[in-house]
Design a protein around this ligand. Sequence first.
Ligand code: FAD
Length: 482
Amino acid sequence: MSDRPVVVWFRDDLRLDDNPALSAAVAGGRPVVALHVLDDVTAGLRPLGAAARWWLHHALDRLTASLDGLAVPLVLRRGPTRTTVLDFVAEVGASEVVWNRRYQPSRVEIDRDLKAELRRRGVDVRSFQASVLFEPNAVATGGGTPYRVFTPFWRACLAAPAPRLPLPRPGRAVRFEGPVAGEKLDDLGLRPQGPDWSQGLAHAWTPGEDGALDRLRHFLEDGLSTYDRDRDRPDLDGVSRLSPHLRFGEISPFRVWWSVRDAVAHEEASERSADKFLAEIGWREFAHHLMFHVPDLEQTNFQARFDAFPWREDPAFVKAWRRGLTGYPLVDAGLRQLWTTGWMHNRVRMVAASFLVKHGLVDWRVGERWFWDTLVDACPANNPAGWQWVAGCGADAAPYFRVFNPVTQGSKFDPDGAYVRHWVPELAALPTRVIHAPWTAAASTLAAAGVRLGETYPRPIVDHAGARARALAAYSTTTTTR
Ligand code: FAD
């Protein structure tokens, strides 16, 4: 058998468990070398945001250690994807390259081109399904077109053959004896340059596959059975927080799917709660489906009639929003949670995004970019799909007349104000009845809580009723379909 190595090209699949490309490489019995390419230069590829780069640094660190246990070196390279991969394959004299597929059109194009070029050079290529349960091109309407609405999309997925079982971690590989030169992880510049803002992230998360499996275990034991009840409560530990792990492929959606189904089979969670959770995994699938079929989801309105929408330029509003100083406690709590931990609860993402887009009439792309830079789970599919959904211009979008009221959302989903008290500590001593609307409190109540509106905490940056009326007027200009 040839001792020319097989290259496993790691991308959004930074794990050993249920990694079909890695398993196939090891099973072949030839030496295995792993490669990761950081590409900040190829035109048309969006560079990762700062928080995601921090995550990637630690994820690669963990992956290097786990692959070491399999006798597989992980080589880190930086540069344009195409030439970097081709040069590396030539350098190590690989006979084959394997990878797990990704679905962003710009990246699909690169992979397709590389596949053809490698084969032209006599190198075998195999690719595998690992990051989504249902590949975007395998799900289509009766008319053969992509889905635009979630419910029939997910119904079609659930009617298809069940997702395959996850693969176990592979055993040790044959060690590659040739030289493999790569960049040092620290030299990739993934960690904050200048002031180190990452302490809050480090405190909140354990990037890497072990951290992902711990999160899943904790959620199965302590969250899944109450997920249908608690998932909208930012004040509770009611959701899985698997999003950055899924984003970087530190855990497989197949592993998640079957662990949840097993929990139901063992009566550890109800069918209803599990279905609700798996439907959220379904939203992730749907976002990938949309991304695959829309070349630049983060730029282009899914509904073209929004191209002429009268967005406002308002740098002061955007600045207050980013810093969590809008005067609306739930919105501010969310933006501060995001800044400190790189994550925000889904309910608050919806309210905070709606506030920027509808109360501020600020272009959804401005918010999408902020999330892209600050979220550890910043996802090329889920993030623009989430923003377009909120803005009303997406597929299956929230109706334009739904303008979340941050006060009633706060009272409903953070009923004791614990979430606001944690993230907006200057309001912590306010009584619950006014915590979500401090401007309605009596002067004596504010004084007793040490709150001076306009000094220790801002007054509302816009009046809700006025902003709502303005949003409805602006949105009425787009309600006729082009
Ligand atoms: P859980 O409730 O435990 O759900 C499990 C998994 O299902 C999540 O990890 C995620 O992979 C998927 N999921 C859950 N809700 C959604 C959803 N609405 N759309 C797509 N997938 C979902 N999610 C990201 O992963 N990355 C993003 O960049 C992102 N940006 C968003 C932007 C906006 C404006 C909005 C409204 C939502 C966004 N979401 C994004 C979706 C959702 O908020 C997060 O996936 C969720 O909050 C992550 O927390 P969790 O892992 O505890 O979720």
